[in-house]
Design a protein around this ligand. Sequence first.
Ligand code: FAD
Ligand code: GLY
Length: 350
Amino acid sequence: MTTDVLIIGGGVIGLATAIELKLRSHSVTIIVRDFLSGASHAAAGMLAPVAEQIPPGAMLELCMLSRQLYSDWTSKIEHISGLSTGYWNCGILAPVYEKISRNNAQWLDKSATSQHQPNLSSEVAGSWWYPEDGQVDNRALTNALQACAIAIGVIIQDKVTVKSFIYEQNRVTGVCTTTNDLIHAEHYVLATGAWSQELLPIPVHPKKGQMLSVRVTDKELPLKQVLFGSDIYIVPRTDGRIIIGATSEDVGFTPHNTPAGMQLLLQQAIRLYPPLQNYPIEEFWWGFRPATPDELPILGASPYFNLTLATGHYRNGILLAPVTANLIADVINNKTSSLLEHFHYSRFYS
Ligand code: FAD
Ligand code: GLY
């Protein structure tokens, strides 16, 4: 089989890039081992460059660009797929137990905080308000991206694993898959998240995050914005789910939720927002963030001239999907961006 561009990985990064390339008239194939095991399915979906306190620099610039693209980008995906993405420009409130100053944020004192969000812990001293941050329902987004990709003619090979690249000098000539097919393309994109080292020696490693959700039974949603505490976040969805996350663990690809992980999340979440203790628990899950040593993604060129890297998005891959798709599609169309220099794989090799 032959295609213009072969994308390995079907998380938000692979799907968003495939759609952008297809809309720019390339023939595109995605190979994906398992949609549901990716970080994109596990995430909280916060669009939170400011709440996550990303320091000023190229990464913050990349994140802000992507946040700016989100509204139009999700409208386009929703229009083509006919499915909602759950994009919600709801703002993020960061309550604190003790005031420590932060840049570029609006401080709400204790009484303004409780007016803004009733029923927070009485220990809360005040909060920082980030009105421009928001959220998307990452599972709904992934479904909509899949439907959109299929609708515009991207070919998806699901439940197939790429075992290895075939190289000829500094060029990739094909991939071997678990179905024993050889697939050839003009260009290849590596978007395999935390599993990237299986195919290429680049420093991306898994950082496990455990999560859980409860379901609100009240008629009106008790939370109308994301709560971003220290070591805990609480993300209300419009459908009544409340997502609570997340641990951050260096345990390789060790699966499962643990009692210690769940205890930590429940303790911190109930401390911050006590009404949570009474809602029915709906689900527990975990996922693997694709982390790099400097916590920045690896984007653009690789040691092979027709292999482009789109991996290592760590804590912000949902946020960074639209800007990554644009930049990677630009690279494949021979357009360069100075922003990409900061995310080049060679920064890890002297
Ligand atoms: P993934 O979604 O992991 O997709 C990788 C894909 O590659 C998978 O489909 C996998 O099956 C496939 N694959 C791997 N190897 C192969 C192979 N050899 N052959 C074929 N297919 C292969 N980000 C935010 O912006 N906001 C958040 O609030 C947020 N919360 C998070 C909470 C948790 C608990 C976690 C774990 C992550 C969170 N993230 C968040 C980070 C975000 O989820 C990731 O950065 C993003 O999903 C990475 O997307 P991806 O497409 O690169 O990887
Ligand atoms: N961005 C939230 C997380 O990675 O847990």
